[in-house]
Write a protein that binds this ligand. Structure first.
Ligand SMILES: NC(=O)c1ccc[n+]([C@@H]2O[C@H](COP(=O)([O-])OP(=O)(O)OC[C@H]3O[C@@H](n4cnc5c(N)ncnc54)[C@H](OP(=O)(O)O)[C@@H]3O)[C@@H](O)[C@H]2O)c1
Length: 353
């Protein structure tokens, strides 16, 4: 991206928004601090001298238009996205600028594809939902693992989180999504999303060293079931969550993440282990890093960089894997992510026991 471009961040004072603002500044861009609460915005702006704060509300389109004035792109970090995605996308389309969000709400991501594919294409711009840890990173990894395959039988994405201290936004989004699906569970099988009430299975997943085997919850369905099938012909897309992290998330006394380093990251570590299978052959890739909220910032900002410098494949609504050169994108994240690519095209060894 050309240095000094204004990039609006809606929800700038939220936990993820702050990481995004910092990442934009590190790359020499000028974040515009957007949010609905004037006091929180001003408090943030006081600690980031030189940055402009603009109050705007998802319920007030004119305020969004004013807030996006002069922005080259907008990153929406304000969730639950059931309330914010559509108004922000509409404002971005009116302004003729790209829109990127970090939504991990399956229903909100589906809505974005369903309602904005045509308007975004007609506007000649891009809308990228789930451009974050969940939905974005898994999609990039699946796309990279596929390599020259255009279809596969199955994709498995296993999340090996050391712990999960959720933010208020994460918990609120989970509640909204749960309500929207009538309290039912969801999975992607047979080439479509299916609601169900089955108990979730617990399995052992062999993560790459040093993590090794871990108990995981199967069909712990994340936004990858929207992003991956949006562009890859894979009828079975399954996501798994480390049992310990799943327990942290649902604990009645779940606590927010606490910073342990100068970047504000928590001590949480992650492995995202991806396997794609076609016929009798499987391909595998894994990524490791620290703090699922912090890593969402370089993911979203790298996306904006690539969009503004024309390193994209299409217009309209597109997931990370569809829009970008996935292996190149992942390599660009090397300061934040380590990639592990075991030999490919081996006969299926069972990763699950
Ligand atoms: N896909 C991923 O991997 C990923 C990664 C990170 C975050 N996320 C998602 O991003 C969202 C934010 O997470 P977070 O960790 O930053 O949570 P957070 O620290 O609780 O921040 C939430 C932010 O959203 C704002 N917000 C909520 N509802 C709003 C509305 N209707 N209008 C305007 N602003 C609103 C909040 O503003 P107020 O303080 O004024 O309420 C706050 O700025 C969550 O939905 C989370 O699930 C997803």
């Amino acid at each position: 991206m050309e240095p000094g471009r204004n990039v609006a961040v809606f929800g700038a004072y939220g936990h993820t928004g702050r990481f995004v603002v910092a990442e934009l500044r590190e790359r020499g861009h000028v974040p515009l601090l957007l949010g609905r609460d004037r006091d929180k915005l001003l408090a943030l702006a006081q600690t980031r001298p030189g940055l402009e704060a603009r109050q705007a509300s998802a319920e007030d389109p004119a305020s969004l238009d004013r807030a996006l004035n002069g922005a080259a792109a907008v990153i929406n970090c304000a969730g639950p996205f059931a309330s914010t995605a559509a108004p922000l996308i509409e404002a971005a389309l009116r302004a003729g600028i790209p829109y990127v969000d970090v939504a991990a709400e399956i229903e909100a991501n589906l809505d974005t594809f369903a309602h904005f594919a045509e308007p975004a294409r007609a506007a000649g711009t891009v809308v990228v939902p789930a451009m974050a840890f969940y939905g974005g990173l898994g999609d990039l990894l699946v796309t990279a693992a596929m390599d020259d395959w255009t279809s596969a039988d199955e994709a498995h994405i296993a999340y090996g989180l050391s712990s999960w201290h959720p933010t208020t936004g994460t918990l609120a989004s989970g509640t909204v999504s749960g309500r929207r699906r009538g309290g039912r569970r969801i999975r992607y099988t047979g080439g479509r999303l299916e609601h169900h009430d089955d108990a979730l299975p617990t399995l052992d997943w062999r993560f790459p060293a040093p993590l090794g085997p871990q108990r995981v919850i199967g069909e712990f369905t994340m936004a990858d079931v929207v992003t991956v099938p949006s562009h890859l012909a894979i009828p079975e897309v399954r996501t798994y969550m480390a049992a310990k992290a799943a327990a942290d998330l649902s604990a009645p006394d779940a606590s927010a993440p606490t910073a342990v380093d100068e970047r504000g990251r928590s001590a949480q570590t992650f492995v995202v282990d991806v396997i794609v299978r076609s016929g009798g052959t499987e391909r595998r890739i894994a990524a490791t890093g620290q703090d699922i909220y912090a890593i969402s910032a370089p993911l979203a900002v790298e996306a904006v960089d690539r969009i503004l410098t024309g390193r994209t494949t299409t217009t309209g609504v597109a997931s990370a894997g569809a829009l970008f050169d996935a292996p190149d994108f992942l390599r660009a994240l090397s300061p934040h992510l380590s990639l592990h690519t075991p030999a490919t095209d081996h006969q299926q060894p069972a990763n699950l026991t």
